[in-house]
Design a protein around this ligand. Structure first.
Ligand code: HEM
Length: 500
């Protein structure tokens, strides 16, 4: 019995030692670090999910910003570094990119379980990332975006029709649902040439499958943290980012679209056409073709719909901004009440409004970069050596809310970007809705195009205001979501302007 009790204590002591082994990592290196808790580290909500984990980052950011340029963290049991100073963020994203060119996700993806996702540039690393990124970049040239624009305009017209019909029911609209319908239709149209019918069908299949692309994200996030911290489990626990049924749905969709196009000799300058050209030039496999189309879909619709819905919410809340924006949009309408591709690019206030909404509500709130080779970071005489294999966090959201970076950061104030100031904020790495450096969002230009088209269409045709159903005192980021999704939805009232 004594031996048994001794053994139990010995095993418990071993496990405890293993769990707290790294808790003194930062103290030994004289890097300030908050006290970590056993099994929870410094990011308890990453595991407990009572609140979104970004609020753990907020607490730490506010406590240390201005005092030190970086802070040491422990995630579960692994040391991590969080960067606070924009100059060092620039080092990681741009100047010393070579040391930080991969992210941790790329090591967790299983090519057998996720054959299609495994080829998404976001998940690739090193030379394969470079090669695929270069391969896909020409999909977003000005000419191709211009060719896609009429498809976006078609969806905009359908959205106006839908709102005009639904508005008669006198119920508020969830801006998130409305924006998701818009981006699902735009993206399906621009990739496959297919009308997803989000505005007319009760439960369109593409929208449903799009939703399921991300439906397991909360559980995946917990699994990822566990696997990162207990690397020996990596052979036993596998992560599947997307169910095979959903992957198969998109493969079939692409095959049907391909067959239709080849049989009917249809010529369209869309993403599928781009992928067909890639196949003809580089002989890429059908799997790779499907993988490119699913990447466009998965990256294209969710992030943009989150961005559009938050922009609508802020515009609805800020009547002065809404009136000023409407004036700009209306003065740029053509005789058919449409906005041309060129005019959309020229509208500076629209650009400022959208970027201010992205500042306050970036869809991707935090990123991490994996160090591939020991490197020293230094700011204001304070140095740290980031070791190979260390994950470095960049808390995009909290940098955007830092009063040292933005005056009155909780105020929605698009005029802060007047006189070309936007570029300066982006260059200084204090505004990073699309990330920065060589791994900056690949679809940024497409995202801006579809989002601005949606906003301009709504503002030209409707007066919008926030409905009391919105839980916004204050808005809370959903505890289990990976992207910036607010609890309870963003409910808005729409009033057709033609009624005035
Ligand atoms: C408003 C909408 C969008 C936002 C806010 C957004 C944001 C971002 C951010 C922040 C990153 C960098 C991730 C990091 O720093 O770790 C990123 C990467 C990426 N985005 Fe977007 N994105 C948007 C729309 C799109 C669209 C429409 C597409 C494609 C159709 C797209 C494709 C990608 C890809 C492929 C990457 C990975 C790039 C690489 O690692 O080289 N995104 N996005």
């Amino acid at each position: 019995m004594i031996v048994f009790i001794f053994l139990v204590f010995a095993v418990a002591a071993l496990i405890y030692t293993y769990l707290v082994w790294n808790f003194s990592y930062w103290a030994k290196r004289r890097v300030q670090s908050p006290k970590a808790r056993v099994l929870l580290g410094n990011l308890p909500n990453g595991i407990l999910r009572n609140k979104n984990v970004v609020y753990d980052f907020e607490k730490i950011y506010k406590r240390y910003k201005g005092k030190v340029p970086f802070v040491g963290l422990v995630q579960l049991r692994d040391p991590r570094l969080m960067i606070l100073e924009p100059e060092l963020i620039k080092d990681v994203l741009v100047r010393k990119f070579h040391h930080f060119r991969n992210n941790e996700f790329s090591y967790l993806i299983d090519t057998e379980l996720d054959p299609l996702f495994a080829k998404n540039p976001f998940l690739l690393r090193d030379d394969e990332w470079k090669e695929k990124r270069a391969e896909i970049t020409p999909a977003f040239t000005t000419n191709r975006l211009k060719a896609l624009y009429p498809l976006i305009q078609d969806v905009s017209v359908r959205m106006v029709k839908y709102i005009n019909t639904e508005v008669k029911k006198a119920d508020p609209f969830d801006a998130r649902e409305l924006s998701a319908k818009f981006t699902t239709d735009v993206v399906s149209n621009c990739i496959f040439g297919i009308d997803a019918e989000s505005f007319t069908k009760e439960k369109p299949e593409i929208r449903e499958m799009g939703r399921r692309l991300f439906s397991q994200s909360a559980w995946i996030f917990v699994k990822m943290i566990i696997l990162e911290s207990f690397k020996f489990l990596q052979g036993f626990i596998k992560i599947q980012f997307t169910e095979l049924e959903v992957q198969q749905f998109f493969v079939d969709l692409m095959k049907q679209a391909l067959k239709y196009r080849e049989e009917k000799k249809v010529q369209r300058e869309d993403f599928l056409d781009f992928v067909i050209q890639l196949r003809n030039k580089k002989n890429i496999s059908e799997l790779e073709m499907a993988s490119h189309t699913i990447s466009f879909f998965s990256d294209g619709f969710e992030t943009s719909s989150i961005a559009i819905s938050h922009a609508l919410y802020e515009i609805a809340k800020n009547k002065r901004v809404q009136a000023k924006l409407r004036e700009e949009v209306r003065s740029n309408l053509d005789k058919n009440g449409q906005i041309s591709f060129e005019k959309l690019q020229e509208m500076t206030y629209l650009d400022q409004v959208f970027h201010e909404a992205l500042r306050m509500h970036p869809p991707l709130m935090i990123t991490s970069r994996l160090c591939s080779e020991d490197v020293e970071l230094e700011y204001d005489g304070k140095k740290v050596t980031v070791e190979k294999g260390m994950n470095v966090f960049i808390p995009y959201l909290w940098v955007h809310y830092d009063p040292e970076n933005f005056l009155e950061p909780t105020n929605f104030h698009p005029e802060r970007f007047d006189d070309g100031a936007l570029k300066d904020y982006l260059d200084r790495c204090v505004l990073m809705p699309f990330g920065g450096g060589p791994r900056i969002c690949l679809g940024m230009r497409f995202a801006l195009l579809q989002s601005k088209a949606a906003l301009a269409t709504v503002i030209a045709n409707f007066e919008i205001s926030v409905n009391s159903k919105t839980q916004d005192s204050p808005l809370v980021i959903d505890p289990i979501e990976f992207l910036n999704i607010k609890t309870g939805g963003l409910w808005l009232d729409f009033k057709p302007l033609s009624d005035e």
